[in-house]
Design a protein around this ligand. Structure first.
Ligand code: NFS
Ligand code: SF4
Length: 621
């Protein structure tokens, strides 16, 4: 797919890549891999060695260390998503204040839909938006549930977006979060030296943090970005490095929040003449990682690479600017950029990379910063070297499968009960289930596992939906266009054919639901079907798989899905192996507590076997 050629090129040019650094780190530390190291205080750090040092200096055992570490992973992941969502809320408030005209409320329908759920009634959309923001921010500051536990003292977004049956279950388990910041800071406190030593209680906190991640991060983040940028609808574009252009100025937008990217797309058209002035044919904006998905599904921008490919984009020699905001940005980008003409630009105050240029980006002066960034790209283009190689491969992609757009597709078959279309196919057994593919790529893993699992699922008549870096791998391998129908079993092909016929649009077998934050859309998708059927989510043939998870966020997303009662395949094995009790609890007993558990499987066949076992045990009808 061109990656190998680029890796070869990097080698020749003496450039160190993520894969080289991974090799230098080998062998990876077993204590870290098994979850049995603790540095939560300075009596240690401590490691658990069976038969030698079974307890840390404070007396804590392996189970507790592992459970505490998982809590901390989830607190970190959840706070990343919650911070993202808060950023969106604050931006929406500024937009609603109308003190500037850089952005506007694009999707009034979504605004009203959410406002109604929150009990907000007004005729003025700006007033509605501001009140909606206040309700969202309440999820970062509510303290009421602390004094006296009352009914309803938990996240507003959970109240309006979660499945009612699940809320009751979470209430019984006492894991309904009061406010996002409180829960993540509480989790850090809970896991310091001398606090919670009960591993099961700690693992329930992992589920609670999954709900924080889900409702004050993922769902909230996607909802607000829909209001500002519009609910995604089906859109066509391209993927792979072949979407870079030698004759044009290439701007790679990398990170997670769609504000910068969308403006750069807009200004790249307006400043085209300036680009022509330096001999470039035009300005080609492409997306990397989750920003790639955000821009793809709303503006049809090509998305060219996932986490472990970000460095390779610069190695092509045609990346004029790489502009980044938050999360998943390898600091090595600057080292590599400095070997070429590439300008790396950071934009968020708390994400700085030594050597990179910093252009602060605020929604209230988005146009100014976008122009500055594009002009940096124009300048950089004039300094392009000759060490250029763009892999040719380029695949077509169909994206934009939001819950709303999926329901639109279904409504052409059943106007009033959209979910019935999917339910009928599941009941008839023509579709066996739905699997959501999520998460990262990882240098530790052969990332073709994404592609292999996906193909096996399609063959087994499973509808595959998904987000994040999975969507890059799937798209790059042609699984998000019509050519992938050849991988589908007959029942799935019939289902997709019916949708195509009734809607008169191409429907590929893998549905791109967006960036990682859009895992919230997956949650809403599953929740709505379970509510429609009035059945527990854990009784339905739905599974989640994260076959190459890398980030803390990916683990907190997994806890969100676990908390919903779904079975979640996670690979590589999360740091739980240091305790047989914890491993057993998470991979077996958890099912009795919440309905779902962690599935393991380090290759596609094993993973799909596990997934199919679950799916076959949960037949509808
Ligand atoms: Ni999500 Fe994985 Fe990062 Fe996006 Fe990719 S690494 S947790 S998919 S880019 S956030
Ligand atoms: Fe060691 Fe306990 Fe301190 Fe952890 S909290 S570093 S196990 S003494």
């Amino acid at each position: 797919m061109g990656d190998l050629e680029l890796i070869e090129k990097a080698k020749k040019e003496g450039i160190e890549l993520v894969f080289d650094r991974y090799n230098k780190q080998k062998p990876l530390c077993n204590f870290g891999l098994n979850g049995t190291c603790c540095k939560n205080c300075h009596q240690g750090p401590c490691r658990i060695i069976p038969g030698k040092s079974e307890r840390g200096i404070c007396g804590v055992n392996a189970e507790t260390i592992i459970a505490r570490n998982l809590v901390r992973i989830c607190a970190s992941g959840a706070s990343s998503h919650a911070d993202h969502a808060r950023e969106m809320l604050i931006a929406l408030y500024k937009i609603a204040e109308k003190k500037h005209n850089h952005y506007s409320i694009k999707d009034e329908k979504k605004l009203i839909f959410l406002a109604k759920k929150l009990g907000i009634n007004n005729r003025n959309k700006e007033i509605i938006a501001k009140r909606l923001v206040e309700e969202g921010l309440e999820d970062f500051r509510r303290q009421e549930g602390l004094y006296h536990k009352k009914e309803g003292d938990y996240l507003n977004w959970l109240k309006i977006r979660a499945n009612k049956r699940l809320i009751k279950k979470w209430q019984r388990l006492n894991i309904l979060p009061i406010n996002s910041d409180l829960e993540t800071s509480h989790a850090l406190h809970q896991t310091t030296m001398g606090n919670d030593a009960d591993p099961i209680h700690l693992l329930l906190t992992v589920l609670k943090l999954g709900l924080v991640d889900g409702y004050s991060g993922l769902v909230l983040g996607s909802d607000i970005s829909d209001i500002v940028f519009g609910v995604p609808h089906l859109v066509k574009s391209t993927t792979n490095f072949g979407s870079l252009r030698e004759d044009s100025i290439n701007i790679i937008v990398h990170g997670h929040i769609p504000f910068i990217g969308s403006k750069i797309v807009e200004w790249s058209k307006k400043l085209e003449k300036e680009a022509n002035g330096v001999g470039a044919k035009g300005i080609n904006v492409v997306g990397m990682c989750c920003t790639g998905s955000e821009l793809l599904m709303r503006q049809g921008v090509p998305f060219i690479g996932h986490l472990v490919q970000q460095e390779l984009a610069i190695v092509t020699g045609v990346a004029d600017v790489v502009v980044v905001d938050i999360q998943c940005i390898y600091p090595s980008l600057q080292d590599i950029a400095s070997c070429y003409h590439t300008k790396l630009i950071t934009t968020v105050d708390f994400v700085r990379i030594p050597g990179a240029m910093h252009i602060p980006f605020k929604v209230e002066d988005a146009d100014i910063s976008s122009k500055l960034i594009i002009r940096e790209a124009i300048k950089a283009y004039t300094k392009r070297g000759t060490k250029i190689f763009i892999p040719k491969e380029k695949n077509d992609v169909i994206a934009g499968f939001s819950v709303e757009s999926i329901k639109d597709l279904f409504s052409k078959i059943n106007k009033n009960n959209q979910w019935q279309v999917l339910v009928d196919y599941l009941k008839k057994g023509k579709l066996k289930g739905v699997v959501a593919m999520v998460g990262c790529t990882n240098p530790k893993v052969d990332n073709s596992i994404h592609e292999e699992i996906t193909k096996l699922l399609l063959k087994n008549n499973i509808l595959v939906i998904g987000t994040g870096c999975w969507s890059h791998v799937a798209a790059q391998n042609g699984l998000m266009n019509m050519s992938a129908l050849k991988y589908c079993g007959d029942g799935l092909r019939e289902f997709l054919g019916l949708l195509k016929e009734k809607n008169r649009v191409d429907i590929p077998p893998c549905w791109h639901m967006g960036s990682c934050v859009d895992c919230g859309r997956i949650g809403v998708f599953f929740s709505e079907i379970s509510e429609y059927l009035n059945k527990d989510l854990s009784s339905l043939p739905f599974v989640v798989s994260s076959p190459a998870f890398a980030t803390e966020k990916a683990f907190s997303i997994a806890s969100y899905f676990l908390a919903m009662g779904l079975n979640v395949h996670i690979n590589p094995v999360p740091p739980i192996y240091g305790s047989p009790k914890i491993s057993k609890f998470l991979t077996q007993d958890l099912e009795k507590v919440i309905g779902g558990r962690i599935l393991l499987g380090d290759n596609a066949k094993k993973a799909v076997n596990e997934i199919l076992k679950i799916i076959h045990s949960k037949k509808l009808g």
